[in-house]
Design a protein around this ligand. Structure first.
Ligand SMILES: C[S@@+](CC[C@H](N)C(=O)[O-])C[C@H]1O[C@@H](n2cnc3c(N)ncnc32)[C@H](O)[C@@H]1O
Length: 316
């Protein structure tokens, strides 16, 4: 294996479990605990201890039993499990949304990707897995203490420094590097502030994906993208996943399904100087009424805007 072999930096390990690795212990009720394997140590539970040496050197997928008879399944944690269990300072992008981002933003091996903010590093991990060691992920985070947590989380998962990853501390708008990128992922409170700088570095045909938690953010960033003029009409989506329970005749949605997490706003960069064909449609009633504070997209004609405002006032 060479250093450019994607498996080296994937965070996936195979073979016998080794000291220094993290494992997930899952009991019969599905409760999970993380354990850093250390030779000679004992893991204490309410039902007696479990020697780490009973795990080290053995394969994944074994069952170990504490002195008091409590049984645990032992596996190495998968990336999606690690993303939601690792230490966090800021909210993470959930695996269901990260998976959508990788596909909809068309992240590929060798891609040059810009990301802001880093937060706890969950999305960074998913991006690094997809671009591999020959790609480049330049992540920006304005809070150094968050970046520190993200660096530790990524280093722990990939066991070392990832050669494709650079983290710059600062506000993206102030510190963005003068380098072209193929893809840009924004996960922050105010992505509309960053549309111009992303537009400057994104290659023609490149993809901008914004992950936002609320409908008001989704609307505002969409309007900022339209007002910029150098992007395609944004596509908006939300992903719902419903877990299921199937046991004999009892087949039903599982309890505790994840509810709303966030929305994706996806758009592509046009070539320099090109403007997307205007969509000849009057804005939806009330869209740009007196309460609207954001930028007015260039396809909204002045007379339509005036009529839209009058109509909103009539409707009260
Ligand atoms: C929700 S967290 C990102 C979580 C991250 N995507 C993950 O999956 O772990 C948002 C982060 O963006 C950072 N941030 C907000 N605006 C920023 C900007 N303009 N430039 C750089 N970082 C920014 C915040 O400090 C925060 O850490």
């Amino acid at each position: 294996m060479t250093d450019n072999d994607p498996a080296v930096y994937s965070g996936v390990h195979t073979g016998a479990l080794r000291a220094g690795e993290w494992v997930a212990l899952t009991d019969a009720k599905g409760h999970r605990k993380s354990l850093l394997l250390q030779a000679g140590k004992v893991f204490h539970t309410t039902k007696g201890g479990l020697a780490h040496d009973d795990i080290i050197g053995r394969p994944e997928g074994i069952v170990v039993t504490t002195a008091g008879g409590l049984q645990y399944l032992v596996f190495r944690p998968l990336l999606d499990e690690y993303m939601v269990s690792m230490p966090r300072e800021a909210a993470v992008i959930y695996p269901k949304d990260a998976a959508q981002i990788l596909m909809k933003a068309d992240i590929f091996p060798g891609a040059r990707v810009l990301e802001a903010g880093v937060g706890s590093g969950a999305m960074s991990l998913a991006l690094l897995r997809a671009i591999g060691p020959t790609g480049r992920l330049h992540s920006y985070e304005r809070r150094p203490e968050f970046a520190e947590v993200a660096l530790a989380n990524v280093e722990q998962f990939v066991t070392g420094t990832h050669p494709a990853w650079t983290v710059t501390i600062g506000d993206l708008v102030d510190v963005v590097a003068d380098e072209q990128v193929d893809r840009a992922i924004l996960d922050m409170l105010a992505p509309w502030d960053c549309v111009d700088v992303v537009g400057d570095v994104l290659v023609p045909g490149g993809i901008l994906c914004c992950y936002v938690a609320s409908t008001t953010q989704m609307g505002r960033v969409s309007d900022a993208i339209r007002a910029h003029g150098g992007f395609t009409e944004p596509k908006l989506s939300e992903t719902m996943i419903r877990d299921w329970h199937a046991e004999g005749l009892a087949i039903r949605p599982a309890h505790g399904t994840t509810a709303h997490t966030g929305f994706l706003v996806i758009t592509r960069r046009l070539a320099p100087g090109v403007e997307a064909p205007l969509r000849k449609r009057r804005p939806a009633p009330g869209a740009y009424g007196p309460d609207y504070q954001g930028p007015i997209p260039r396809n909204v004609r002045a007379e339509h805007l005036e009529a839209n405002r009058r109509r909103s006032e009539e409707l009260g």
